[in-house]
Design a protein around this ligand. Structure first.
Ligand SMILES: [Ca+2]
Ligand SMILES: [Ca+2]
Length: 167
């Protein structure tokens, strides 16, 4: 019926208007981060597995990039400028110790970031949901390696991870 088609058009038009408003809000927020706080923002994304923090203030925003093919490496975090890896609140950092991420680790009711010092590098295993660590597979885990980072130099508070590399 013609009226159905008109309704569909109106609904799509309204959504399109909302999209325009959201796009503007997103761009404004990005501009504030870039211009007022002077951070270069990078959202973790599938297919971008090797990242390097530069001379700028770098802000990496965590997003689930699960699966072993997507393991991310970030080099130079904290070496120059003010650098953050932002997870958002709600995560608890848990040491894996001698264990492995596939050992059924952590709490099924807590969202956790498991960490392991691997020589000069700090490896993070971030749960996509609270039960991810309890699996023997790492399918719901995002693996992030911070090269040249010792856990003793890491601060994790208010959802922000930072590295104090002052020599
Ligand atoms: Ca930097
Ligand atoms: Ca958990």
């Amino acid at each position: 019926m013609l009226s159905d088609a008109v309704s569909a058009f109106q609904e799509a038009r309204d959504l399109n208007d909302q999209l325009d408003a959201l796009t503007e809000a997103r761009d404004n927020a990005l501009a504030v981060i870039a211009n007022d706080y002077e951070f270069e923002l990078t959202v973790l994304a599938e297919g971008e597995t090797a990242l390097t923090a530069g001379e700028t203030n770098d802000l990496y925003v965590f997003d689930d990039v699960t699966g072993s093919d997507n393991a991310i490496t970030i080099a130079g975090l904290g070496d120059a400028g003010t650098d953050y890896l932002y997870f958002g609140e709600g995560y608890t950092a848990v040491a894996l110790g001698e264990g492995e991420i596939t050992d059924r680790v952590g709490s099924a009711s807590a969202l956790e970031i498991f960490w392991k010092q691997d020589g000069d590098n700090l490896v993070l295993y971030v749960e996509a949901d609270a039960t991810a660590g309890n699996s023997t597979s790492a399918a719901d885990i995002t693996e992030i390696t911070l090269t040249g980072v010792n856990v003793a130099d890491v601060d994790f508070s208010n959802g922000f991870l930072s590295v104090n590399n002052a020599a």
